[in-house]
Design a binder for this molecule. Structure first.
Ligand code: ZN
Length: 193
């Protein structure tokens, strides 16, 4: 992927008390937009001088995000502590043919069976965290978020991958069928996995 879009970079002003809290907030705040635009969102988690945690955000392609010079997005005084980004299912791919999207969706299904689904870290993700950890000489985790899961890969932790389940963002929760609809019909938005 040579064409990394770098528009829309910025800092989210929201402050959380923990690193995980900041990622959780970002997952709820950005996942729906990421899904609907078919682009990964992500950036850094950083600690503010007041001890609170916030995120930077930039947009990638539907299956990748460029962290190059990501520290430049962190405001002065902020200390980067981790990376975060969204992962999208094949159904979110934009600008691809219906056939390609079907192939991607089947790939998600097969991936789930073998522990390589869209909600798993890629080799590239883990490599990035390992290199950042080695360069900083302390754990520098990477997080991924889907609509319903947050995962953290910490290269130097005893438990390298940790998983938290969460409710989908409010705009992505399944809608109730219109009253009077037959059971099993009229559900406009099926819940995401
Ligand atoms: Zn990833």
């Amino acid at each position: 992927m040579a064409d990394f879009a770098m528009d829309g970079r910025g800092v989210n002003d929201h402050e959380s008390e923990t690193e995980l809290g900041a990622v959780w907030y970002a997952a709820n705040y950005y996942y729906e937009a990421s899904y609907r635009s078919g682009r990964e969102y992500g950036g850094l988690v950083f600690r503010r001088p007041n001890g609170m945690f916030s995120v930077t955000v930039r947009k990638g392609t539907w299956d990748s995000l460029n962290y190059k010079n990501a520290t430049a997005d962190v405001p002065a005084g902020g200390v980067p502590v981790a990376m975060w980004h969204t992962h999208l299912p094949g159904s979110a791919a934009r600008g691809v043919s219906e056939g390609t999207r079907t192939v991607l969706a089947v790939g998600d299904l097969l991936g789930d069976l073998f522990g390589m689904g869209y909600d798993d870290f890629s080799d590239g993700d883990m490599d990035l965290a390992r290199r950042a950890t080695a360069a900083r000489q302390h754990n520098f985790p990477i997080y991924l978020a889907t609509a319903t899961v947050i995962k953290r890969f910490s290269p130097r932790a005893k438990e390298q991958i940790q998983v938290w389940k969460k409710p989908p963002p409010s705009g992505m929760q399944p809608k109730r069928p219109p009253s009077g609809a037959a059971p099993g019909t009229g559900v406009p938005n099926a819940p995401l996995r």
